[in-house]
Design a protein around this ligand. Structure first.
Ligand SMILES: Cc1cc2nc3c(=O)[nH]c(=O)nc-3n(C[C@H](O)[C@H](O)[C@H](O)COP(=O)(O)OP(=O)(O)OC[C@H]3O[C@@H](n4cnc5c(N)ncnc54)[C@H](O)[C@@H]3O)c2cc1C
Length: 771
């Protein structure tokens, strides 16, 4: 949208505005939405997560230092944590700039849209995120503003959209709810909270009653929530959802992080798969699918939430190994904690251990008995001091008060609390942990940071022990390293470290490594020359095995004119050695920068030839240490894929030359291919072709005609030489490449109606989880 078409804000023409507290989950996404609507947006925050910073930068928002309100800003918006003494608030006052709150600005900027307001006490962020996911999957281009970040960092938390709808999570905590006039209001549930603002339950009910009365269309409320039923009773267009009601969904199964729902009522009958767990998420999903239907989405709901990426800090699984699961959740009201712990209890056969940080003194004073009742559902509790969120301590509202209540309701429960010393409390957690524990870090304060720091320390200890165990089973010639950088082992030069990296000296050591890794429940993953990989910035939680030692580089002529080649031999050397021996048929491999193992796994191809054209049989080791040999005819091979090498490590292959010829002639053919390649491919570091060619077309052509050559995110750039290559212009990160992949896919789909699938691999992960 051009600056000239910007909506008026508070009766003024504003083109540029400044956001104070832009790193927060409320203001950050709103800033991104505003930038998408065409405003020039800047912002500042003294505590910002990397995830939010990346999203803001990607939206073109300028991050300034504290109090540096840009000269062109005509409006300042502050998060609720900002006091009038903040340097930016003082600067705004000095310059006479209006200062508004997040809710006020959100209401103002969505006034010219059909607003779907998602509100309620518990689960509104998840419900909003599910609704956004459903709309995106259905291709319904509504704008949206989430109050959090998606787990898949590549899905932005806000988008301006291209129709007249906008979905936004609205917050009742500071009274700005009174500013909204929605088209549809979705109320997940109601429960008395925010006693600092709503002194009595009736005050909260009155605020929602007024919102329902101002809603132009449907008021969607839960069938089972008594308070929302009561408040919505007077609403003319009241529609209900739940296991009974107008939109009905019944849980058929809830396992392995996936819920299956049976739909009825105003949903056309059928099922829906939701990638989440727990009864509360089934309700959130029902509300989201009902809202999508009311907005006019006609696509069947069965798969709309099948790839729901989840929201950060909502049942986020930080670790899931055979010995321990660690979850982090934002729950900060007794009802939320009870629902969370109830569903976690069903997920684990081991102990349910909870680390809880109460949020706000006022809430703790009001609900300490409720917190104790909910926490009593666990097997052990570790308490952290209250996160004040700007409040001053309040008598009766401390963690010590929760501790007293907890000891009263559950005298036999193990409760650990060291006032003012959370480090000591977490040391106790480390000391006491048992195999099979499910540890849940719960709260809305900075407990997410504590969870990650704790996990890092525990995790480091875990991998340190594992590396020692692996070193103990191999010979001195085998290298086993901890936190080895993988960026230098890839052609694009990007990515984090392998938690453990090994270069086995031979078959015996490889066998020992994979067997020991299996007994320690560690994942194993092979690495070739890293020429078809994007290694994530956070690295790989696995034992990475590279066949770089001489034992794996053999080239041995065998009977019948065949040749046995080790999986570690580089394709360039294979080509050269074959040419020298007068063996024809391998020339097409010249210029593919992998080794034989990687080329087998990817069924690499060029100049009309495929790797498996010249394969007779393949030998591989399973992750259990067993050696297997397959004839080519028994293998399942297709475009850039070999099924048998998915969970095995290729050791070598028997190759079959096409014929014999004179070495000079073969070398001449290699030179022809080399020249062709040099003319058509970029020289900058890359990971080869990013996308698979769709049937009957070329991905490079589609990207080119979609006008994407030169498109750039940070230092990642679509090559101007060959549009199906993303090149690293210097210091590109994996996050930048992923963002560029997402952008290219979306724009090619929009321009040409073709959804490209990545050819390059996201090492140790699945593209599905990030796109
Ligand atoms: C400039 C450039 C040009 C390229 N041109 C082409 C081309 O023309 N045609 C083409 O097909 N590709 C091309 N590629 C992509 C890439 O070179 C090929 O896919 C190559 O086969 C990958 O081999 P690698 O050893 O680098 O494997 P890696 O990238 O290291 O790994 C790829 C996959 O193979 C697995 N793997 C590695 N070794 C083994 C093993 N021993 N056993 C089992 N699995 C293993 C890995 O786990 C991973 O899943 C190009 C890449 C670049 C950078």
């Amino acid at each position: 949208m051009k600056a000239g078409t910007l909506p008026m804000l508070f009766g003024q023409t504003v083109t540029a505005l400044h956001c104070v507290g832009i790193g927060g989950m409320g203001l950050g996404p709103l800033a991104i939405y505003l930038a998408g609507r065409g405003f020039v947006v800047s912002g500042e925050d003294d505590a910002m997560t990397d995830g939010m910073r990346a999203q803001l930068i990607s939206a073109g928002i300028v991050i300034t230092s504290a109090g540096a309100v840009p000269d062109n800003a005509r409006l300042v918006v502050c998060s609720s944590a900002i006091t009038p003494a903040h340097p930016a608030a003082i600067a705004a006052k000095t310059r006479g700039l209006p200062v508004v709150r997040r809710g006020e600005l959100l209401a103002e900027v969505t006034r010219d849209r059909k607003l779907v307001a998602v509100c309620g006490s518990h689960g509104k962020t998840s419900t909003t995120a599910m609704l956004i996911t459903a709309l995106r999957v259905a291709g319904f281009p509504a704008g949206y503003v989430l109050g959090g970040l998606f787990n898949a960092g590549t899905v932005p938390p806000a988008c301006a959209g291209s129709n007249d709808w906008v979905v936004a999570e609205i917050d009742e905590s500071d009274g700005t709810i009174g500013r909204f006039n929605p088209e549809i209001t979705v109320t997940v549930n109601l429960d008395w909270d925010h006693p600092d603002h709503y002194r009595r339950q009736e005050d909260l009910e009155a605020a929602f009653g007024a919102l329902f009365a101002r809603t132009r269309g449907a008021v969607l409320v839960s069938e089972v929530c008594a308070m929302s039923g009561k408040v919505a009773a007077a609403a003319a267009a009241r529609i209900t959802f739940g296991s009974t009601g107008d939109y009905r969904a019944e849980i058929i199964s809830d396992r392995d992080g996936e819920i299956e729902l049976e739909l009825a009522g105003r949903f056309s009958a059928g099922r829906a798969t939701v990638r989440a767990f727990g009864g509360f998420n089934a309700i959130n999903a029902t509300a989201a699918l009902a809202a999508a239907h009311l907005m006019g989405v006609t696509v069947a709901p069965d798969r709309l939430l099948a790839a729901y990426p989840g929201v950060r800090r909502r049942q986020a699984v930080l670790l899931a190994t055979k010995t321990m699961t660690v979850i982090e959740d934002y729950a900060h009201h007794p009802a939320e904690i009870r629902a969370l712990l109830g569903s976690l209890r069903q997920r684990t056969g081991g102990r349910l251990v909870v680390v809880f940080q109460p949020h706000r003194y006022s809430r703790t004073a009001q609900f300490k008995a409720g917190f104790a009742d909910a926490l009593a559902l666990s097997d052990a509790v570790y308490l952290i001091d209250v996160y004040g969120a700007g409040e001053v301590p309040l008598a009766g509202g401390s963690t010590a008060d929760v501790c007293v209540e907890l000891k009263r309701v559950a005298p036999n429960l193990s409760v650990i609390y060291h006032r003012g010393d959370h480090t000591r409390t977490l040391e106790m957690l480390t000391r006491d942990r048992q195999a099979g524990d499910l540890v849940a870090f719960v709260g809305a304060g900075d407990i997410d940071v504590m969870a990650r720091d704790w996990l890092k320390a525990v995790d480091a200890e875990y991998w340190d022990k594992a590396v020692e165990a692996l070193r103990a089973v191999v010979s001195g010639e085998t290298q086993v390293k901890r936190e080895e950088s993988l960026a230098r082992k890839t052609t694009i030069g990007i990515g984090g470290a392998a938690r453990i990296y090994a270069e086995p000296a031979g078959v015996k050591d490889l066998q020992a490594l994979v067997s020991e890794a299996k007994s320690l429940a560690l994942s194993v993953i092979a690495l070739g020359r890293g020429s078809n990989l994007i290694v994530p910035d956070e690295g790989v939680d696995a034992v990475v095995i590279s066949l770089r030692q001489p034992a794996w580089e053999v080239f041995e002529p065998r009977a019948g004119g065949h040749v046995w080649v080790g999986a570690g031999l580089r394709l360039k050397n294979l080509c050269g050695l074959a040419a020298k021996a007068g063996l024809v048929g391998f020339e097409f491999l010249e210029g593919i920068p992998g080794n034989l193992g990687g080329a087998l796994r990817m069924n690499a191809g060029a100049m009309g030839g495929w790797m498996f054209d010249v394969v007779e049989e393949v030998q591989a080791m399973t992750f259990g240490g067993e050696i297997r040999t397959w004839k080519k005819a028994d293998m399942h091979v297709d475009y850039r894929h070999c099924a048998e090498l998915h969970d095995t490590i290729a050791l070598g292959a028997l190759l079959r030359p096409a014929s014999k010829s004179e070495a000079g002639e073969i070398a001449r053919q290699i030179d022809v291919y080399k020249e062709k390649r040099q003319k058509s491919q970029p020289r900058e570091p890359s990971a080869g072709c990013i996308f698979k060619n769709p049937p009957g077309d070329s991905a490079g052509r589609l990207i080119d005609v979609s006008g994407l050559k030169g498109e750039r995110v940070g230092d990642a750039e679509v090559s101007a030489t060959h549009a199906n290559f993303i090149v690293n212009r210097g210091h590109a990160s994996a996050a930048e490449v992923i963002e560029l992949v997402r952008r290219v896919r979306a724009q090619v789909e929009q321009a040409k109606g073709v959804l490209l699938e990545p050819e390059v691999l996201l090492y140790g992960k699945n593209w599905k989880d990030v796109l």
